[in-house]
Ligand binder design. Structure first.
Ligand SMILES: Nc1nc2c(ncn2[C@@H]2O[C@H](COP(=O)(O)OP(=O)(O)OP(=O)(O)O)[C@@H](O)[C@H]2O)c(=O)[nH]1
Ligand SMILES: [Mg+2]
Length: 348
């Protein structure tokens, strides 16, 4: 706080110190360190300079030119602003993944009884947390634990095996399994690969199709002779089941665990990012300010195109710059004045 007030670091760097303290995964630590070095501020700085130039140009048109801007000048300006919006949009889009890196994803492990859900849950946690037995119906209630998968924090939910039953306690547990499916960010349906698919597997698969949450299929018990292959599953519904969302593992021998760690979360939640090294937005405050900036820029261009005076458009552009400045915590009005006075030599 003192470092921020005295101007030694900006607000994003102060926030990075907080994130470093709170970091739970190595990737979170790495991202916070990058932000502490000023990565986000450095990304935003040239955008701010560009926007400032546009504002100064427009201010001078208002000040020194009698008539309104003509259509071609407006379109040149609009193109320039579109370039800024594109860069900001990339940043705003990164928040979908950034939010996940920061807060994690909820994974619900579901399946019929005895397919190895609790064993799989223990494998992901790398500890013997849930009770495992060969008696179907061992897990009666949902169980939640935190772990990290491929550098992403995950909230894992082990659930009671889903099947037809008249046992009242089991029924209550199964209701909770369905709730976990709806509440999750990603559903993992486990299948016992050592036996042929049953109607219970297929019925649950239909539930996965109907559920609005994405799902992956895990063929477990790969240490035994496999009776179910990814191709068998794809054949059931080639529109909804794709190869990259099927993983084959053994919760007993950990076969396939590395592949799962590497690809599961990334293939579902890091789709649009070219690399983990791109600048990411992790913070809701940054996301909201960047979205506001984009809106103000759009508004500014629209008002100019609609024939409003430049002052109206300038109001939006000033607001856009103010919002950008709020990310790093600086006051932008002095920047504008300084730039205007230096460029146009207008006496103070
Ligand atoms: N060979 C082999 N056995 C496994 C594997 N995973 C689980 N099992 C065995 O399968 C049986 C059931 O495992 P659980 O993890 O309790 O299965 P579950 O799906 O949680 O079962 P419920 O809680 O009853 O729904 C146990 O005997 C496990 O040891 C595996 O990858 N390979
Ligand atoms: Mg279980």
């Amino acid at each position: 706080m003192r470092a921020f007030i005295s101007g030694r670091i900006d607000l994003t760097q102060a926030e990075a110190v907080r994130d470093l303290i709170d970091a739970q995964t190595e990737y979170q630590t790495r991202l916070a360190s990058r932000q502490l070095k000023g990565e986000l501020s450095n990304y935003l700085q040239p955008i701010k300079t560009d926007l400032l130039e546009i504002i100064v140009h427009l201010e001078s048109a208002v000040e020194f030119v009698e008539e309104n801007l003509n259509t071609s000048s407006i379109e040149t300006l609009a193109k320039h602003i579109a370039g800024i919006v594109k860069k900001l949009k990339r940043l705003a889009d990164s928040y979908e993944f950034g939010r996940i890196v920061r807060s994690g994803v909820k994974l619900a492990i579901v399946g019929r009884p005895n397919v190895g859900k609790s064993s799989f849950f223990n494998m992901l946690l790398q500890k013997d947390r849930a009770i495992v037995t060969d008696i179907p119906g061992t897990t009666r209630d949902s169980l939640v634990e935190q772990a990290s998968l491929g550098s992403i924090p995950v909230h894992l939910v082990d659930t009671a095996g889903i099947h037809q039953t008249s046992d009242i306690i089991e029924k209550m547990g199964i209701e909770r399994s369905y709730t976990a499916m709806v509440d999750a960010d990603l559903v993992l349906q486990l299948i016992d690969g050592s036996t042929y698919l049953t109607d219970e597997d297929k019925n649950l698969l239909t539930k996965c199709f109907e559920n609005p949450v994405p799902f992956a299929l895990i063929i477990n018990k790969a240490d035994l002779e496999l009776k179910v292959t990814p191709e068998d599953l794809i054949k059931l519904n080639p529109d909804k089941i794709i190869e990259k969302n099927i993983f084959t593992v053994s919760a007993k021998t950990y076969q396939g665990f590395d592949e799962l760690q590497k690809n599961l979360v990334i293939s579902f939640f890091q789709k649009d990012l070219s690399s983990q090294e791109d600048t990411l937005i992790l913070d809701a405050r940054h996301f909201s300010l960047i979205s506001n900036t984009i809106e103000e820029l759009h508004e500014g261009v629209e008002r100019l195109r609609e024939g409003y005076s430049e002052e109206v458009a300038l109001c939006h552009l000033h607001l856009a710059l103010k919002k950008l400045g709020e990310i790093t915590g600086e006051t932008t009005i002095e920047d504008i004045l300084g730039q205007i006075f230096s460029t146009f030599c207008v006496g103070k």
